[in-house]
Each structure stands twice: as structure tokens, then as C-alpha cells.
Ligand binder design. Structure first.
Ligand SMILES: Nc1ncnc2c1ncn2[C@@H]1O[C@H](COP(=O)(O)OP(=O)(O)OP(=O)(O)O)[C@@H](O)[C@H]1O
Ligand SMILES: C[C@H](N)[C@@H](CCCCCC(=O)O)NC(=O)O
Ligand SMILES: [Mg+2]
Length: 230
């Protein structure tokens, strides 16, 4: 790991950040990341958000692009950094970022995304870097890498967001196997929409990781994640 990123790993065993991945796109990574930020802020931490690349951005009247993920993260982390800093690489088509970059005639590397996540001037001991990927752990995130590769470059513990739907046990175990194979620590699983019929019942027979719950919340009010340990 390069020297400046060592700042994201605090002394002892407590992590200085998390990489937020999911069993798929659209499973609730951004909303859950907001809930994690809310939980950490309540514990007294400052949380620094990054969504280093976003596709599916919204074209504004002035022609600029808005990443709704970056905006939600900025607000839920109570960040005073600009959206451009939180999410420097933005693309309009709602497709794999690698394809979006290619269509724009550009090349963006894993190293570029790593640099975007290096919040060096802001990050102090005790702060948390919260990095949301794009898609799932094996989704391509840039010209030369998957979410896996960015997570490895960051070396942060990984939180897996799981959408509570039939089939989610399979998706969870596949994702955890991939995280383990990448040599990364899986921190926890967060079951989103947990208050509906529990399709993850029995998952605890196959993993020792903590499984936290986030409920369906139509208003997207941020929820405190109970028993969330660093
Ligand atoms: N617990 C929840 N209660 C109500 N709505 C939710 C909840 N979690 C997610 N949503 C909604 O579901 C949709 C997908 O959630 P979200 O954008 O967080 O997913 P994502 O995994 O970050 O997607 P992407 O892959 O695009 O980054 C959004 O419209 C979001 O507002
Ligand atoms: C458009 C989506 N919302 C998302 C990209 C998902 C790519 C999934 C690619 C795949 O695994 O097939 N973009 C993003 O999170 O910025
Ligand atoms: Mg998102």
C-alpha cells in the first residue's frame, strides 16, 4: 500500500475506512453508506465520502452532470467537500463505468480512482473514509480494473450490502468468496429491506460475519445501524 494511504488504516485493529460493495447494482449501497455514515457520526467520527466514479449521472440545465450518489453521500456524511472532489469521474449513460469511459474516448485507471480516494489533506486519525464502488465486487469500474481491484488498492475492509430478495444467499456467498479470494477482510453484511420477508434466513449457517439490518424507509431517513462495531 502506498504511504499516503497508510493514513486510512489506523493503529491497532480498527479500520480507518470501508469499501462499500454490494451483491449487485441498485441494492442500496448508497443509502446504506449514508446509514453507516450516520452511525459513525453519532459515535463522534468524521466521515469522508468518495464515489470515485459514477455512471448514470443526471444532465443539469447548464450541461454539467450530477451524481445523485455523490450528493447523497455528501449530505449524509455532512461533508464540506465539493461533489467534484467526492466524485471526480462522472458519466451520463447508466452502464458499466468501463464502457462509459470507453464511449467518452477516455482512459481512467484504477490508480486514477485510488488517487481520487486519497483524502489526504482532510483525513486525520480517527476519521473514516467511506468509498462506494459502482455495481458489484466484480463489476468493471474503470478502464483497467474491477471494483475488486480498487478495493485491493485501497486495502480497506469491505462491507457487503445485500438486497433482501430471493436468491440473496447465493449472491452473498459468491461475493464473500470473491472478497476473500482478493485477500481482503469482509467487515460485515448489511441486509437492506430487512423488514420485508426475510430471504436471508439461514445465511448465518454459512458465515460468521455480523449481519446488520437496514429497513425499507420510504423517506430515506438515515437509520442507525444497531450494534455496528468498527
Ligand atoms: N432501505 C431502503 N428503503 C427505501 N428505499 C431504498 C432503500 N435502500 C435503497 N432504496 C432505494 O433503492 C434504489 C437503489 O438504492 P441505491 O441507489 O442506494 O443502490 P446502489 O446499490 O447504491 O445503486 P448503484 O449501483 O446505482 O450505486 C434507490 O432509489 C434508493 O433510494
Ligand atoms: C448505472 C449503475 N447505477 C452503476 C453501474 C453498474 C454497472 C454494473 C455492471 C455489471 O456488473 O454488469 N453506476 C454507478 O454506480 O455509478
Ligand atoms: Mg449507489
Amino acid at each position: 500500500m502506498n504511504e499516503s494511504l497508510n493514513k486510512t488504516t489506523r493503529p491497532g485493529n480498527s479500520p480507518g475506512g470501508f469499501f462499500i460493495t454490494g451483491t449487485d447494482t441498485d441494492v442500496g449501497k448508497t443509502y446504506v453508506a449514508g446509514c453507516i455514515a450516520h452511525t459513525l457520526i453519532q459515535k463522534g467520527y468524521q466521515v469522508i465520502p468518495r464515489k470515485p466514479i459514477a455512471s448514470g449521472c443526471i444532465k443539469q440545465a447548464d450541461g454539467s452532470l450530477l451524481s445523485e450518489d455523490a450528493l447523497f453521500l455528501q449530505q449524509s456524511c455532512q461533508s464540506n467537500e465539493s461533489l467534484q472532489t467526492i466524485c471526480p469521474y462522472q458519466y451520463e449513460p447508466p452502464i458499466s463505468p468501463q464502457t462509459a469511459i470507453e464511449r467518452a474516448g477516455l482512459v481512467i485507471s484504477t490508480q486514477d480512482l485510488l488517487t481520487a480516494c486519497q483524502a489526504s489533506s482532510q483525513l486525520e486519525e480517527g476519521d473514516f473514509l467511506l468509498v462506494e464502488g459502482a455495481g458489484g465486487f466484480y463489476s468493471p469500474i474503470c478502464s483497467d480494473g474491477l471494483n475488486k481491484d480498487l478495493a485491493q488498492a485501497l486495502g480497506l475492509p469491505v462491507i457487503l450490502v445485500v438486497k433482501n430478495q430471493l436468491g440473496c444467499i447465493n449472491h452473498t456467498l459468491l461475493s464473500l468468496a470473491a472478497i476473500e479470494q482478493a485477500g481482503l477482510k469482509a467487515h460485515s453484511i448489511i441486509l437492506n429491506f430487512s423488514n420485508e420477508t426475510n430471504h436471508a434466513q439461514g445465511l448465518e449457517n454459512w458465515t460468521n460475519l455480523p449481519v446488520h439490518k437496514v429497513q425499507h424507509e420510504e423517506s430515506l431517513t438515515l437509520q442507525t445501524i444497531r450494534d455496528f462495531q468498527l
